[in-house]
Write a protein that binds this ligand. Structure first.
Ligand code: ATP
Ligand code: MG
Length: 868
């Protein structure tokens, strides 16, 4: 069965068990500060488990893109070294939200594996949670009994909290789990050692394939477990491992998910997979990592220097390093694999197919730039090599290579060894530890538990229609970071817009009878709207009026609407390949990033500006459709952005021909924007351009300033009619004058040369020219020295030059004199330079010196005359 069929069979099986199939959530998390990347199928359902929200469907199944490279679940260092952990993998899952529980979850899992996929029963083992004293939990007897009805008891194993109690993070929903493991070893190996002894023991052929989690608890910040309002099922099966089991392979990389990638790379490198361990690891690392990078970029996460972007950059660099070191890949190549991924997965994950060219471009550029860094690093090692005496690269230097060039210790050691050097590894580790301490101190964040006063079905956001409302605090907490305390409140309803979709959060006030509390910012955590306040209210249960800062909000709305108009105009002017790659909208400006492969021309920028301003003058009215089914919204022409998570119902914002899915706040009609002006267009990454623009009063001020500037220039030029022509004339005149000056200098130099030639004296076989001269530049001094050298043999030339008030000496010694008389221009110039309080040097036939004391030039001449 090929991998496509394996995936489809899973989904079909659960469709037959009345499950709703949903799309994978994006790989990169935008609205959950506790989680950078999706690391399990259940992430997108977190609020269902916690009871914050109710699922529309009691049963769901899907395949979810997961990435385990940071936080609680981080497999990065294993990937490639072992054969069954990936950075990005697909997790097949089925869920019950307060519907079926342990019995069905266990029975269906068994049915699917053994009857549909026909995995051999005698190679499967299951585990159940044995209980935990600290959490005051006993054996999961219920799960044990359901298994006992299906499988011989000696195949049911007990697992500890580490393996059989699943937690998403330090806080959040959790519960006991029951795992299914498979033994893929040969008959002989099984005879020699029963599989039972290898379960949960890191054996590459005795691996966990499916985890059935029974969500019953919520772990609080204090560590305490509290029961969830309802019981749920959350299962996760590694798709690539399942393919290995079904295709009866010994490694995930031997399945059709990876073979095409590995073959392509092996072919390019001229190696064979399976012949050398180091090379195999490199092939596995690259074919794994390209998937993570491709899917992250497809979901809108570009490699960058901070946050999630930095994690992606590091993964890519890890792949490049392995290719560079073990496969001799010196040019970008990883990007070529995107074509294979498109063939394999483009049907299921449209985000890759639709953006293939863009993704390739981003990866290629990133590869090229890191290869250059690697090259610079190698040069740095060369220079280190020549500067150290004891053949040991010290820890600090090795760490610098790691930190600035991305050279990990093993790579530095390898290159060092090849160069006959060694590395102070202990010193490196010390530097590394120091840095970890530094960043740990920065990152420590203590999030307190919510104090819940009241619960509401769903917090109402009223900010589309009003800027003030009566409200009650329903929960609050304190968050400590970098020694600061931040206070957060949730209201039962609010006019405050929480930062999202590029638009900044509102600020303003909460007012009660005896208190006025500043709201500094508003943020989102999943669906919670969190008000960040200067301090906790003295009386939390008071009645408040929540009041949004109007002027900030109004300016922000203008900029947000202008962003939509800009997006529309860009697609009209540049083409429909333009897709939003990021945006920032605040009260001052708007910033819009979009895919486009070259710099915009002046004409294109002007055209876009004109189009937006035209739409502003047309005063197009806002047409807003809240709670529209997503399919209807798409029919209206609204474009869904890749990497955004949309619900079944969305909000559509329409101004004339501009139609977008958007949760932001907008002006009632485009005329309110007043005026739109682009102030910059630049590149921020391969294939991504950025426009910065302003609107309204700010745009007007900007234009006024520009006009004033031109008026000032006119004044300086004595108010000509045609400023352009007179500046052009000035520039032309200037270059004319420069040419004339050059000619003058040349003729002056010609005169000087004649003078010097006629001053030459012949003594003891030396042709001496020693003189004080005035010259415009060091170049002129050099030129005249060489011209004299070419014309005269046996030359002994010393010129003491005044160059723009600075003393300089030039010495030329004829080649004959170097040989016969053992004279050296370098030695002579150094001796003479003492007179001008300076120094210099050069070659035996030509040397120069500069100094500080102009008055010493005469002494230079005197000294030179006495020299030979
Ligand atoms: P392991 O102990 O093997 O790392 P896990 O306990 O971390 O697995 P879960 O968090 O229970 O795994 O995830 C559910 C399933 O997802 C696992 O049974 C496995 O099949 C798969 N899986 C987990 N991590 C990875 C990974 N890094 N690469 C590929 N598949 C994975
Ligand atoms: Mg794991």
């Amino acid at each position: 069965m090929d991998s496509k069929a394996v995936r489809q069979k899973f989904l079909n099986f659960f469709i037959n068990k009345e499950h709703q199939i949903v799309d994978s959530a994006p790989l990169v998390n935008k609205n959950d500060p506790t989680l950078m990347f999706t690391n399990a199928g259940m992430n997108q359902f977190k609020d269902f488990f916690l009871g914050n929200e109710k699922s529309k469907y009691p049963r769901i199944a899907d395949t979810q893109k997961c990435l385990r490279v940071s936080g609680k679940h981080n497999d990065l260092e294993e990937v490639g070294l072992d054969t069954y952990h990936h950075t990005m993998f697909e997790m097949l899952g089925n869920w019950s939200f307060g519907d079926y529980f342990k019995k069905e979850a266990i029975e269906w899992a068994w049915e699917l594996l053994t009857e549909e996929y026909k995995l051999p029963k005698d190679r499967l083992y299951v585990t159940v949670f044995e209980g935990d004293k600290d959490d005051n939990l006993g054996l999961d007897q219920e799960a044990y009994d359901y298994w006992k009805a299906i499988i011989p008891e000696d195949r049911i194993l007990y697992g500890s909290k580490k393996d059989n109690f699943w937690e998403m993070g330090d806080q959040g929903p959790c519960g006991p789990c029951s795992e299914i493991h498979i033994d893929l070893r040969s008959e002989d190996e099984i005879k020699a050692k029963p599989g039972k002894e290898l379960v949960n023991n890191d054996h590459p052929q005795v691996v966990e394939i499916w985890n059935l989690v029974f969500m019953e608890f919520n772990r609080k910040a204090s560590g305490e477990l509290v029961s969830l309002p309802a019981k749920h099922v959350d299962t996760g099966m590694g798709f690539e491992r399942l393919c290995m089991a079904i295709q009866n392979k010994k490694s995930n990389y031997d399945t059709d998910v990876f073979v095409p990638l590995i073959n392509y790379l092996a072919d390019k490198a001229g190696v064979k997979y399976g012949s050398n361990e180091q090379i195999d690891i490199a092939l596995r690392v690259i074919s794994d990592h390209v998937r993570a990078i491709t899917f992250a970029v497809a979901d809108g996460q570009l490699p960058s220097n901070t946050g999630a972007g930095y994690v992606i950059r590091r993964i890519l660099r890890r792949a490049v390093r392995y290719g560079f070191t073990f496969l001799n890949f010196k040019d970008p190549i990883i990007f070529e694999l995107v074509d294979i991924l498109d063939q394999q997965m483009g049907d299921v994950f449209n985000e890759v197919r639709a953006q293939k060219d863009f993704i390739k471009k981003v990866i290629e550029q990133e590869e090229a730039s890191f290869l250059k860094t690697l090259d610079n690093g190698l040069k740095r090692i060369e220079s280190i090599k020549s500067s150290i005496s004891d053949k040991v690269i010290d820890g600090k230097t090795a760490f610098e290579l790691y930190d600035t060039f991305g050279f990990p210790l093993d790579l530095t050691s390898l290159i060092a060894r090849e160069n006959g050097l060694s590395v102070d590894e202990k010193g490196f580790q010390e530097e590394m530890a120091k840095q970890k301490e530094r960043s740990k101190a920065d990152a420590v964040k203590e999030t307190g538990d919510w104090t819940v006063l009241d619960k509401v079905e769903k917090v109402e956001f009223l900010g589309y229609d009003s800027l003030a409302t009566q409200a009650k605090v329903i929960q609050y907490r304190t968050v400590k970071q970098k020694g600061n305390e931040v206070y957060q409140l949730v209201l039962d309803k609010t006019p405050f817009y929480a930062e999202s979709g590029g638009q900044v959060g509102d600020n303003g006030y909460l007012e009660s009878e005896n208190e006025r509390l500043k709201v500094l910012d508003t943020k989102k955590e999943n669906d919670l709207i969190i008000h960040i306040v200067e301090k906790l209210p003295t009386q939390v249960d008071a009645e408040y009026t929540a009041i949004v800062n109007k002027s900030k909000r109004v300016d922000t709305m203008s900029n947000h609407t202008a962003t939509h108009l800009l997006h529309h105009a860009l697609r009209e002017v540049l083409g429909t390949h333009v897709e939003q790659k990021g945006s920032l909208v605040n009260e001052k400006e708007l910033r819009f990033d979009f895919s486009h492969f070259q710099k915009m021309s002046e004409e294109e920028i002007t055209k876009v500006e004109q189009m937006v301003n035209q739409m502003i003058r047309e005063n197009l009215a806002l047409e807003e459709a809240r709670n529209t089914p997503i399919s209807e919204a798409k029919e209206m022409g609204a474009m869904a952005l890749f990497g955004e998570k949309y619900g079944d119902f969305v909000r559509v914002i329409k101004f004339g021909e501009s139609v977008e899915l958007c949760g932001g706040t907008h002006v009632k009609a485009t005329g309110n924007i007043g005026f739109f002006k682009i102030i910059s267009e630049s590149s921020i990454a391969a294939g991504v351009r950025r426009i910065e623009a302003i609107t309204g009063k700010r745009a007007e001020d900007y234009v006024t300033e520009q006009v004033e500037l031109i008026n000032e220039v006119k004044n300086i030029l004595k108010a000509p009619k045609d400023v352009k022509a007179s500046i052009k004339q000035l520039v032309e005149e200037k270059s004319q004058l420069e040419k004339e000056i050059q000619k003058l200098h040349a003729s002056k130099a010609g005169d000087l040369k004649k003078e010097l030639l006629s001053s030459k004296k012949e003594e003891n076989g030396l042709v001496k020219i020693i003189s004080k001269v005035d010259l415009p530049s060091s170049d002129a001094l050099k030129q005249i020295s060489f011209e004299l050298k070419n014309e005269l043999s046996n030359l002994f030339l010393v010129l003491a030059a005044n160059i723009d008030g600075k003393p300089q000496i030039s010495v030329v010694i004829g080649d004959e004199l170097i040989k016969d008389k053992n004279l050296n221009a370098g030695t002579i110039v150094r001796e003479l330079a003492q007179e001008i309080k300076g120094g210099g040097g050069g070659q035996p036939f030509y040397a120069t010196a500069g100094g500080k004391d102009l008055s010493g030039l005469d002494r230079v001449v005197e000294k030179a005359l006495k020299m030979v």
